[in-house]
Design a protein around this ligand. Structure first.
Ligand code: CAA
Length: 282
């Protein structure tokens, strides 16, 4: 029975995951390496809930109850109290391997260790632990409180019991679950990122302005936002990382990252988080 969920990483994704977990009634431990990062994550959750209250979609008391469910932490030792840990730290294999090695030692033997990675192999992360049957991918989408999808990725050794527990939690969080096997880019990013990458090729070839390219997908295909604006939301560095994972994973030239995307990243223009990407947010 999962009652307490620890979320590692209080950034955009981790904060969102902590919010939906608390709203689903779980006790949440929100962890990051510095208290300042945890407080920033909590601040975003507070703002999201306050917006819901001001729109009349939530009672003020319900907001307070959700916030009261979230404890803060800056030590992985606090994972000893968790039945499920969802890691949403930065996308770096060495860092994630270290986190999972530590969690494997600290956590109860029956605890499930999940990762929100958007591209790193679940099987490889599971292999650093002595419980690969209890390691799984829980891939949320940005903004987490809004996007309905939970992509659940089974590693090579993930057990049915682990999968079923996570699928139940996904439903409790109000998500639509999809189950995919471990493969570069999983299901979602294998489909999404080549479209975004192609939009950068179309832009670099001067076929249209960024706004026109985005409007093609917004008004022609009813996407809520165009691929270039979406790249800015995801982070251009994350987009490039995922393209590299697809390119290296499949060794197929159809996944080669667009040189214009590479130039944006080299220039530090990473999208909304840096105030400038394809569009200016300053
Ligand atoms: N956090 C929480 N809630 C948010 C939010 C945020 N960051 N941004 C918007 N919202 C909420 C708003 O409060 C509003 O809620 P209500 O309906 O309850 O009032 C609702 O979302 C709609 O927001 P807005 O009216 O401000 O704006 P919008 O209608 O233009 O929607 C959007 C904004 C939800 C971001 C929409 O443009 C959208 O769905 N875009 C596509 C996002 C997407 O594709 N995400 C997946 C990215 S891929 C990924 O994350 C995974 C990966 O591995 C790369």
């Amino acid at each position: 029975m999962v009652q307490t969920i620890m979320v590692i990483g209080a950034g955009q994704m981790g904060g969102g995951i902590a919010q939906v977990a608390a709203q689903a009634g779980y006790n949440v431990i929100l962890n990051d390496i510095k208290d300042e990062f945890v407080q920033r994550g909590l601040g975003i959750i507070d703002k999201n809930l306050s917006r819901a209250v001001s729109k009349g979609k939530m009672e003020a008391a319900a907001k307070d109850a959700v916030l009261a469910k979230i404890k803060t932490s800056t030590s992985l030792d606090d994972a000893k109290d968790a039945d499920l840990v969802v890691e949403a730290a930065i996308e770096n294999m060495e860092l994630k391997a270290n986190i999972f090695k530590t969690l494997d030692v600290v956590c109860k033997p029956e605890a499930i260790l999940a990762t929100n990675t958007s591209s790193l192999p679940i099987t490889q992360i599971a292999a650093v632990t002595k419980r690969p049957d209890k390691v799984i991918g829980m891939h949320f989408f940005n903004p987490v409180p809004v996007m309905k999808l939970l992509e659940i990725i089974r590693g090579f050794m993930t057990s049915d019991e682990t999968y079923n527990t996570i699928a139940e939690i996904g439903l409790k969080m109000g998500k639509v679950n999809v189950e995919v096997k471990d493969s570069p880019g999983f299901g979602s990013n294998r489909i999404l990122l080549p479209m975004i990458n192609e939009a950068f090729f179309v832009l670099s070839e001067g076929l249209g302005t960024a706004e026109d390219i985005d409007n093609v997908m917004k008004f022609g295909m009813a996407h809520p936002m165009g691929p270039l604006a979406l790249a800015d939301l995801i982070g251009l560095d994350t987009c490039l990382n995922i393209m590299n994972v697809l390119y290296e994973g499949f060794k197929d030239s159809k996944y080669r990252p667009c040189p214009l995307l590479v130039k944006y990243v080299q220039s530090g223009l990473l999208g909304q988080k840096t105030g400038k990407g394809v569009y200016d947010y300053s």
